[in-house]
Design a protein. Structure first.
Length: 197
């Protein structure tokens, strides 16, 4: 199966919107718009701070057993509410991606997981205001009790062969199908790093 790692819900190539940020977060001066590196960006003429709008780093954890995959239904009020996804979320500034994957899985499913490997990295162009760079991890259940939480209001095991429910993220659908067909092992993670914590 062909690998796919860039997913788009809209035509992001024409996304030239500038941030809503009007004032410099460093000195409070009002931004001006200046061309820098071929793009128009908010720029502070006093302290010369340039605001770069970057994708948000995130993790997604494929929790599988036999030919089943655990998915969560996104709660009302959450992004893509009512649709299904793998346990996922944003990486906090003070945490590594492995810890973020373990934390997000616990928050959304009640399960404790160990991370086995990295099985993909994806760029997701979800909306003009939300682009994410997602590290996709393979997780093994080591404890906990299955219970939806955080922005998930239902959990269910689905057969990877399908049919799968209406998915929130096309990347999840591709990753599940690819994992089912190839049983990809992925790249080993740095277990020494986890032991040092």
């Amino acid at each position: 199966m062909k690998v796919k790692q860039v997913f788009s819900a809209y035509d992001f190539t024409n996304n030239s919107s500038l941030d809503d940020l009007k004032y410099c977060p460093r000195c409070g001066e009002k931004f001006i718009i200046k061309e820098e590196s071929g793009k128009k960006r908010p720029f502070c003429s006093v302290c010369e701070f340039v605001h770069y709008k970057n994708p948000s780093p995130a993790v997604s954890v494929l929790v599988a057993k036999n030919d089943l995959v655990l998915l969560g239904k996104r709660a009302p009020g959450s992004f893509m509410e009512g649709k299904w996804c793998s346990p996922c979320g944003f990486i906090e500034f003070d945490e590594d991606f492995i810890t973020a994957g373990i934390r997000e899985t616990k928050e959304e499913t009640g399960l404790d997981v160990s991370i086995k490997s990295v099985i993909s990295v994806c760029s997701n162009y979800l909306s003009p205001d939300l682009h994410s760079l997602v590290v996709v991890l393979l997780g093994n259940i080591i404890g906990g009790k299955l219970c939806p939480g955080d922005d998930i209001d239902a959990l269910q095991w689905f057969n990877m062969a399908g049919p799968l429910p209406s998915m929130a993220f096309s990347a999840d659908l591709h990753i599940i199908e690819r994992f089912y067909k190839t049983k990809i092992e992925g790249l080993q993670i740095d277990f020494d790093f986890l032991l040092d914590k």
